[in-house]
Design a protein. Structure first.
Lengths: 416, 416
């Protein structure tokens, strides 16, 4: 493992000064290579899929694992798209001159070695590696054992392409030991891994929080709320709640909980419950009194803290904006929280007082992702506060360095 | 411990929306209170100092522990200075409009609860607490057992002042259990501590890297180099090396190692060795051949990786810029690295290829701190790559939040 890390680190030094044109060329070659190696990739994937079915893997997980022509085309297209995005490296984030005459600039530079631990989808191999390459980082990847043959085939194709473009193949290093012992070793490679980004379920996240000694960015849960304020336009509220809950229920920026001001609950909930005919509702006594116990079950305290990721929603009726904000802060996961309102003061207070990566006024929580924010692509959505918070694009895969230019200045006496 | 953390967290919610005027008022009252409570503070400190002397603490550490009238004045002055700095909270870091019509802004907000673990200097209590308050964070502090009486007295004075200003006293929570068990518990308060900043020696840092499960920012070692290039103006080089090594040898941005291009070594080293008469030198064979073994001892490999923090310096002669950059990257700690040169290409390559928080051209490494960078004050100098890298001022004690404003937008079908 240490030898793999050393190879990634050596590649990272080369990548840190690679020019944009070379990196783009490598990405385009990699896209072409994935298409050219179609038969090999599908064969490798078939072996993974057959083994997964034989081992009794669920149909949903087998579907995630499976590569098809259209998924391969999506992977190649993704690499071409990343080639077209702006290169964040070298961007001057800020610059100024200090009284000593020194000219200071803060310049965006690659992180170095970016490690990604991910679960069964093999497309993450090319997606993550492409974003790392464009941002000048070596990708140090550890996928799941069930996708190993697929991941190895994808990595081999991309490494070939990188070398043809004159970049080190070790710009993509895939760990082929998928044992738990190797995973434990991986997340303790301090000094070799500059940033670890897990892409997976709660078990993976918990293991990283408990065991990792390398720096990491967590792509966490999304227990997202939509709060319908007393002053909300109720047609707008219905459209936003329906979109936030049902447009794609399985993703982290889908809404899990509806909070309604008591003064509009009786008017909003009946038609909204009709809009949400396919959605199981659980709520408090006030919501049950309006919709009846046949339409809405009783919510437990744990319901309000649960990210369902399916067509189920909790409902809470509140007496005030204060109560709504407190409820969102107490039960939310700090991902994306929306208010529907026509009251400027309520909007401003919600934005200021709700503690989350993103707060939205009169818009669906589903907009909180890298594509919709205009980043072109995303490696995840951070729910932590340090380094990156919210959707992470290429820029969030960089750090900065101070460049200080002088003409022989030395420091005088004075405060330390 | 959990109860203390909950109190800090509750205070952080209040502070997150406190206005600048109230925070400044609290800081000014706290400064006045420290002066007013002079006798109590000095009495408490005398108890700490007497106990430390009785326990056999070294004179240097006792000096760090001791409060005097002038140190108290410095603490009060520090708080007044922080009151005069710009408030980073609410600053819009960037903002744009996306095709869906949503208006997105990234707004600077407090981190929440900032924890600081620190060693014997009691002034850190007021310095750190003041920076946290101004940036809207609750300060959750754990000082050393040797300074406990002093720290409790300072905290009590500041908490009083905060309450008089209408802010929660729990904006400063000091942990009075200074046992090792309490320290271990402290650094695992995930969910309560938003950012931990250690201020202390290698033992403390190692313990945090090994045991902390809360997010942290490391204020790390500074094994800083000055590289004198073939094209350097040698008078400038001498002034910069002398300043970087000797102006304040005990701090992290002091230089520890001199790297010299072979073509100027014979001309530079003899007069420079004279300038550095008080500095013990160790070097490679080339440097020894020039200066003689009486003036310069033989450097071991470990010398080149050592942060001496005293009047000792390692010297290495290199054949090229490439060798200089590789040596700096291999042995440096990623803090501050300087080149002295008149060659534009050498300057640009050194800046691009050296991996450090700060790279300097023709200036002393001693300039890399929050004061000299114009931040007004600093809580430390980060040598990590995530969140903050380099000097940390008030802005580095914040995170950002996306505020998204719409007019009822919902997300259409399409990619994820």
């Amino acid at each position: 493992m240490a030898e793999l890390a050393a190879r990634a680190k050596a590649a990272a030094r080369v990548l840190s000064t690679a020019d944009t044109e070379t990196k783009n060329h490598a990405l385009l070659l990699a896209a072409g290579q994935l298409e050219q190696d179609r038969d090999d990739l599908l064969d490798a994937n078939r072996a993974d899929v057959d083994a997964a079915i034989a081992s009794g893997m669920s149909a949903t997980l087998v579907d995630r694992l499976r590569l098809t022509d259209s998924r391969l085309a999506g992977m190649a297209g993704g690499l071409r798209k990343v080639a077209g995005l702006a290169d964040p490296v070298g961007e001057i984030a800020e610059g100024w001159v200090v009284p000593s005459g020194l000219r200071i600039s803060r310049v965006r530079v690659p992180l170095g070695v970016v490690a990604i631990v991910y679960e069964s989808r093999p497309n993450v191999t090319s997606d993550a590696a492409g974003l790392c390459l464009k941002s000048g980082n070596a990708a140090f990847l550890r996928g799941s054992s069930s996708a190993l043959a697929s991941n190895l085939a994808i990595a081999a194709a991309m490494r070939d392409a990188y070398e043809k473009a004159g970049l080190p193949g070790d710009a993509l290093v895939l760990v082929s030991d998928t044992s738990h012992a190797a995973a434990a070793e991986f997340m303790k490679l301090r000094g070799s891994i500059d940033c670890l980004i897990p892409r997976g379920g709660p078990g993976l996240i918990a293991s990283i929080l408990e065991n990792a000694t390398v720096p990491y960015v967590i792509d966490g849960d999304g227990n997202c709320h939509v709060y319908v304020d007393a002053s909300a336009d109720l047609d707008t509220a219905r459209r936003i709640v329906v979109n936030a809950k049902t447009q794609r229920p399985s993703v982290c920026n889908a809404a899990e909980s509806l909070v309604v001001h008591r003064s509009v609950a009786a008017q909003l909930l009946p038609p909204l419950a009709g809009d949400l005919a396919d959605v199981e509702l659980v709520g408090d006594e006030a919501a049950q009194a309006i919709l009846g116990p046949d339409r809405i079950g009783k919510a437990t305290e744990s319901d309000y803290s649960t990210e369902y990721l399916e067509l189920k929603m909790s409902v809470k009726v509140v007496d005030s904006l204060d109560e709504a904000i407190a409820h969102v802060n107490d039960t939310g996961s700090g991902h994306s929280e929306a208010i529907v309102t026509s009251d400027l003061n309520a909007a401003d207070r919600f934005c200021a007082e709700v503690d989350a990566a993103a707060v939205l006024v009169n818009a669906s929580t589903r907009f909180v992702d890298g594509e919709e924010f205009g980043f072109g692509a995303e490696i995840g959505i951070s729910t932590q506060k340090l380094h990156a918070r919210g959707p992470m694009g290429l820029r969030q895969l960089t750090t900065t360095k101070y460049v200080v230019r002088g003409e022989g200045q030395v420091r005088g006496e004075g405060i330390c």
